[in-house]
Design a binder for this molecule. Structure first.
Ligand code: 4NP
Length: 156
């Protein structure tokens, strides 16, 4: 089993979106027994909360279900539990690297490394943005999720 964890700041906008998009791709590829997917936030404000309504609505318009997800904060054990820990932006990456036990940093990467065609390193935080920012998140997440699945398939 390959275990993938998506991480943003609040775990209510970007990483739940990545979680739902990638889960759907994995299911459609028939790989649910081989790839598991989860998400977490570096911050603690939203622990136990459902995803942001705007993220839920934008995702639903593309056929992704965020409604059952609940926010949690990253914990030390995640660095041993997961094989790939993918940060939505450079600040998330820095925060993850700062708490990562020695020798496990190679698991921690920027999610958009898997979408070089996007020409961005960060999935911009949509929390204070308009409705468009949630669609932009979805565009970037769909690209990187496809790249990630390709990469995992090549290494199987
Ligand atoms: P996320 O967005 O990191 O994509 O879940 C945010 C959600 C909440 C906050 C910031 C970003 N906040 O400051 O509460």
């Amino acid at each position: 089993m390959t275990k993938v964890l998506f991480v943003c700041l609040g775990n209510i906008c970007r990483s739940p979106t990545a979680d739902a998009v990638f889960k759907k791709m994995v299911a459609e590829a028939g790989l649910e027994d081989l790839i598991s997917v989860d998400s977490a936030g570096t911050g603690s404000w939203h622990i136990g909360h459902p995803p942001d309504r705007r993220a839920t609505v934008a995702a639903a318009q593309r056929g992704y279900d965020l409604s059952l997800l609940r926010a949690r904060q990253i914990v030390k054990e995640d660095f041993s539990q997961f094989d790939h820990i993918l940060a939505m932006d450079a600040q998330n990456l820095a925060d993850l690297n700062a708490m990562c036990p020695p020798g496990r940093n190679e698991k921690v990467r920027l999610f958009l490394d898997y979408a070089p065609e996007a020409g961005l390193t960060d999935v911009p935080d949509p929390y204070y943005g308009g409705e468009d920012s949630f669609d932009h998140v979805l565009d970037l997440v769909e690209s990187a999720a496809a790249g990630l699945l390709n990469q995992l398939n090549q290494h199987r």
